[in-house]
Ligand binder design. Structure first.
Ligand SMILES: NC(=O)c1ccc[n+]([C@@H]2O[C@H](COP(=O)([O-])OP(=O)(O)OC[C@H]3O[C@@H](n4cnc5c(N)ncnc54)[C@H](OP(=O)(O)O)[C@@H]3O)[C@@H](O)[C@H]2O)c1
Length: 333
């Protein structure tokens, strides 16, 4: 099986490549070569997919069984991918996102693939536009398209989000025994998937005919509250998390840019049903729990000097002080 991964050296890509190699696939990755190189048995094709003419020419005389696109965010890029790979691959797997659904929850709480797509962010809207381009290419028989929508995915090579930030001050504060902020009452629902578990779905969807023309949520089954999320992440540091609950809008207004994650995504429930993916791709079994995965991720962040030191974060400390002065009692997660 010849597979091309556009991207290939990023977070989820690393999990995908690992499982493709375990399947014995012949793997090529296409990227700008700005990160650590792929494993030695993976071919690297260097280039920028934003340079459409060059990108499309690069693969003119190549044929792949499956192409997995991890770096496509708008319709123009998607159309370029269709020109590059239409008629030149059996299957095209597009990495979308659960942000395409927006922020509403159905009566049964878990969002499945039948839920309407009403994204609120530019990111989600761009991914919906890409999905539409790939569906049209599928209908026109240019290739068999498969759409995969991860939710929050983490692992070594990246940071672990908290409820407030992509690169949180909270983990260092917890390690120092300091209280951390959490929105609402910490009872919002969330899911978190390790990149190696998420990568399995892409790798085993490849050339699986049941996945042709289908879309899949790609999440670990476990749904937890933010209280539990902080409890498990803190346990990975050998600590207990002390949570100071404040309204999301109060936190965001202190620095809307910094707390954009909370504003746009994590103040809402993020709970998705991935039963369809587990039905069609039986190899997609998530095995890495948050405490273990957070432990690996924290160790990697420290080793890469990517651990965010919270000393000197006067804004965060001032916010905690203000909440405590207003009489809010920290609650142990
Ligand atoms: N992590 C999550 O929580 C999450 C959730 C939902 C969806 N997603 C989706 O996951 C995808 C990201 O996948 P990932 O985690 O493997 O990637 P990533 O960690 O974002 O890394 C990006 C990869 O793409 C390459 N790349 C970036 N810009 C490029 C360009 N212009 N031309 C060619 N290659 C380029 C990078 O290598 P170079 O820098 O060397 O080019 C790298 O290999 C995105 O589509 C995102 O929407 C992620």
């Amino acid at each position: 099986m010849r597979v091309l991964v556009i991207g290939g050296t990023g977070l989820i890509s690393t999990g995908i490549v690992k499982h493709l190699l375990a399947r014995g696939a012949d793997v090529t990755v296409f990227n700008r070569g700005q990160r650590a190189p792929p494993p030695p048995n993976v071919k690297l094709s260097k280039g920028d997919r934003g340079n459409f003419a060059e990108f499309e020419k690069r693969f003119e005389s190549e044929r792949f069984d499956a192409v997995i696109d991890m770096v496509c965010f708008n319709a123009e890029q998607a159309e370029s991918a269709v020109r590059a790979f239409g008629g030149r691959c059996e299957q095209f797997i597009f990495c979308s996102t659960v942000c395409t659904y927006g922020v509403k929850s159905p009566p049964q709480v878990l969002v499945d693939e039948t839920f309407p797509q009403e994204p609120i962010s530019g990111y989600g809207k761009g991914k919906v536009a890409c999905e539409q381009v790939f569906r049209r290419a599928h209908d026109a028989k240019r290739f068999n398209a498969t759409i995969i929508r991860p939710s929050s995915t983490y692992g070594p090579g990246n940071s672990l989000i908290d409820q407030l930030e992509f690169s949180p001050a909270a983990w260092d504060r917890i390690e120092r025994g300091l209280p951390v902020l959490c929105a609402g009452d910490g009872l919002g629902l969330w899911q978190s998937t390790h990149r190696d578990d998420c990568g399995k779905l892409f790798a085993y969807a490849a050339l699986n005919p049941r996945t042709y023309g289908q879309d899949y949520n790609a999440t670990r089954e476990e749904v937890f509250t933010w209280r539990e999320y902080y409890r498990q992440a803190a346990a990975a540091l050998g600590r207990k998390a002390r949570l100071v609950f404040m309204p999301a809008a109060w936190i965001v207004k202190h620095d809307p840019k910094r707390f954009g994650l909370l504003h746009e995504i994590t103040q809402y429930h993020g709970a998705y049903d991935s039963g369809k993916a587990r039905r069609d791709v039986p190899e997609f079994r998530c095995e890495i729990g948050l405490e273990r995965g957070a432990g690996e991720t924290f160790a990697d962040m420290k080793q890469r000097n990517a651990w965010r030191d919270s000393t000197g974060d006067t804004l965060y400390q001032a916010m905690v002080d203000k909440a405590l002065q207003a009489g809010v009692e920290p609650v142990e997660a």
